[in-house]
Write a protein that binds this ligand. Structure first.
Ligand SMILES: [Zn+2]
Length: 345
């Protein structure tokens, strides 16, 4: 039935049966979510226009993440499946309301690199503020600065950068009024020094939704927005993903390298390609080291005794002379010493 509906939709045919399905009505679907998928999500243009009809049914689609809502005027739209998202480990594991860092894991337990989808066809990004960053990520007067500072007048609306769920809405020391939002990809964004918080822990927000007002609360010398991006509790320079002057993401998919999570790391535009190579090399080195360690663990040695020749040792070990020579570069078969260690495996 579901396939048939989708087929009918795809063909642009009316769906007379749908209005007669009394079991899973609109209200249920609507209450499940307020996270509307952006209007430009649809790739099929022209077939369906945005309608004004009353929602009559909500359908799961194969994706599971999205639901299809049908209106009585035969138009439809997508919503995110909040129930499903809420049950996902992203929003249950290490979910400690109002903790600034609920993750307690060592940095080296994270992968060397991790591809993170920032936006897809069902999600958008809204830049917190299109402006020049006036204080960057990294060390500042010997003190760690874990985000970027963006000029922000007190009382100016602050919006969520991506869809997600509010994990922190609290007054928190140096941050002042702080909002932290966890996103579907596991990243968290922090918004500090707000004059007012307008969302509560557990609220689902959409990219672009107002979450508070800019201010200068906490350790702040003047009105600005302190914006952080974190992965598993580790801050990385938001400029890796956002070009604040353009107000855009640098890419839809972000390759987060573990080195970015180091306190001394910061965004360096010209080094992206180099860094790629450096990192690739890094991984090769690690692999090579592992291989050598395994080899070392498997290595066996024979101690040369009086009267031994390399040929005799090889025969005793069931190996060819050549194999033994290969394992012992630099060993002269005509000049064996008593007590010399010969590698035999
Ligand atoms: Zn700051």
């Amino acid at each position: 039935m579901r396939k048939l509906i989708i087929l009918l939709l795809a063909l642009g045919l009316p769906l007379p049966l749908l209005a007669q399905q009394p079991d899973s009505l609109a209200a249920a679907g609507e209450s499940r979510d307020s996270l509307r998928v952006p209007a430009d999500f649809r790739t099929e243009t022209g077939t369906f226009r945005l309608g004004t009809g009353v929602p009559v049914d909500t359908l799961d689609i194969d994706d599971g993440r999205l639901l299809l809502v049908l209106r009585d005027d035969h138009t439809w739209y997508y919503i995110k499946n909040i129930q499903r998202m809420a049950a996902d480990s992203t929003f249950t594991k290490d979910w400690i309301p109002n903790s600034t860092n609920p993750y307690k894991i060592p940095l080296d337990s994270l992968p060397l690199r991790n591809s993170i989808c920032l936006v897809d066809s069902a999600s958008v990004f809204v830049c917190p503020n299109q402006t020049k960053v006036f204080s960057r990520f990294g060390y500042r007067h010997g003190r760690r600065h874990q985000g970027v500072d963006l000029p922000y007048k007190t009382g100016t609306p602050v919006v969520a950068a991506f869809d997600g769920r509010v994990r922190v809405s609290d007054y928190s020391g140096g941050y002042g009024n702080l909002i932290v939002i966890r996103h579907e990809n596991g990243l968290e964004t922090y918004y500090g020094h707000l004059s007012k918080r307008e969302v509560e822990v557990g609220d689902w927000v959409h990219a672009g939704d107002q979450i508070g007002l800019g201010g200068s609360t906490g350790r702040s010398t003047g009105p600005h927005l302190h914006f952080e991006t974190r992965y598993k509790g580790f801050a990385f320079d938001p400029e890796w993903i956002v070009d604040f002057e353009k107000g855009q993401l640098r890419a839809n998919v972000f390759v987060l390298r573990r080195s970015y999570l180091d306190a001394h790391s910061h965004y360096v535009p010209e080094s992206i390609d180099e860094e790629d190579d450096v990192y690739a090399a890094d991984e090769k080195v690690i692999e090579e080291e592992k291989r050598r360690a395994a080899e070392r663990a498997a290595a066996r040695y024979y101690t040369v005794r009086s009267g031994d020749t390399l040929g005799a040792i090889a025969r005793k070990q069931g190996k060819s002379l050549n194999a033994i020579l290969k394992l012992n570069p630099g060993v002269n078969p005509n000049k064996l010493r008593i007590g010399q260690k010969i590698r035999v495996n």
